[in-house]
Design a protein around this ligand. Sequence first.
Ligand code: BG6
Length: 472
Amino acid sequence: MKEFPADFLWGGAIAANQSEGAYNADGKGLSIQDVMPKGFSGPITEEPTPDNMKLVGIDFYHRYKEDIKLLAEMGFKAFRISIAWSRIFPNGDETEPNELGLQFYDRVFDECKKNGIEPIVTISHYETPLYLSKMYDGWLNRKLIDFFIRYVETIFTRYKDKVKYWLTFNEINSILYEPFCSGGIYTDKDKLTKQDLYQAIHHELVASAMAVKLGHEIMPNAKIGCMILAVPIYPLSSKPDDVIATMQKQREIVFFADVHARGEYPAYMRRFFKEHNIEIKMEPEDREILTHTVDFISLSYYMSLCETADSAQKSNSKGNILGGIANPFLEANEWGWQIDPQGLRYMLNELYDRYKLPLFIVENGVGARDVLVEDENGQKTVLDDYRIDYLRDHLLQVGEALEDGVEVMGYTAWGCIDLVSASTAELRKRYGFIYVDRHDDGSGTLERYKKKSFYWYKRVIESNGKSLSEGM
Ligand code: BG6
C-alpha cells in the first residue's frame, strides 16, 4: 500500500440537522428536518413533534467546544460540518441574514482553528428552510437559485478568512430518490414526473455552478467541490444486457459529477431526455454558468449495488437512499447496507479516470448498535471492533487507490461523533468514535464517551495511515 500524502485531510463529518439540535434557538427558522421525525420514509408532520430526535440532536449547538476538543485529541486535521440554512435565513427568502445564526458558526470555526482543524463546510445538507419548501416547492422553483445565492454570498463573505473548503449540495444525486429531503420539494414524490425532477436538478446544478463562480471571486484561494452519493454499480451477470443496464444505472449517478466537472450536460443525456419526453427549461445564461466547474469532487461511499436488465430479478436491496439489487457475494449490516471495501477503490479509480480531479471521501462508515461497557479502569466505553474492521478495510482500499495513482485529498469518517441517522432518524444506528448517551426514547445524559475506535483512529492519523497495515 502506498503512503498517504503528508497533507492528507484526516478527519470526520457531521451535518447540522443531525447533530446541532437547538432547532428554534437564536432566531433559527424551521428546516424540513424539523418535520421529518421518522427520516426519509416516515410521514411529514405539520409542526415539529417531540418524537423528532433531531430537535435536540446531540446538542452540538451547546457542546461544540467539548466535541471539537475530543476530535482534536484524535488528531483530526479536518472536520466536515454543514451550515443550517435556516439559522442564517430563517424562512429562506429574507433579504437580511440572522446575525445570531452567523455568530454561531463564527464560534465553531474559531474553535476549529484554535484546535488546528480545517473546517470543510457543506452549504446545503438536507436542510432546506421549511418555508421555501412549502411556499415555493423547493428546488422545483427557479426562484430557489436566487435565495440560495443570497445565502451563499452571505456565508462566503462572512467566513472567507475562516473556511477554505466548501461543498455545495450534499449527495446532490439523491434528489432523484428523495426529492423532499434532498431538494425540499413539497409535492408528493409519487406525483412528480421525471420532467419535474430533472428541472429541479437543473436549478440545483446552475445554483451550484454559480456558487463556484462566486466563491472563486470572493475567496481566490478557496477550493469548492460538489458532493455525490457514490455507489459503484456492478452487472449482476456478464450478460451484455446486464452490462448495458449497469452502464445506464451508473450514468444516473455520474451525470451529476459530469456536469460539475465538465461544465456541460453530457451527450448521453440527450437520448435520455428524448426517450423520457423531458425538456429542460433553460435561461440563456445557464450554459455559460455551468462552465464554472468544481475544484474537486467529494463523495460519500457506503456500499455498492448490482443491476440487471431482467425485471424478474429486480429484487430490491435496502440501501442508503439509492436502493438496488443485492450482490450475492457481499455481507450487509443490520440495516441491509452491503459492505464492499474494494468498491471504494473501484469508485475512486473510475472517478479519477473520468475527471482527473482530486477526490475527497467526505463520508464513509458503518451504522451499528453499540453497547456501553466499563473498561478495566471503570471508564465507560464501547468495544467496537466491528467499526474498526470496517474502517480499516476501507482505508486500506484508499491506500490501494493512491497506489493506483488516484489523487485523494482526504477522508472524513461519517458521524465521527454519534448523531441522529438521516434515513431512519434513529440514534441507535451509531457511526461515531465518540459515544453520545442519548437514546431513541429521548432519554440519556448527552454525556460523551470514547469508544475503542477513538484510540484506533488516533493512531491511524498519528501514523498517517501506516498503522493500518500493522499485523498484516
Ligand atoms: C448520507 C448522508 O446519505 O448517509 C448523511 O449524507 C447520512 O446525512 C449518512 O447520515 C448515513 O445514513 P444514515 O441513514 O445511516 O444516517
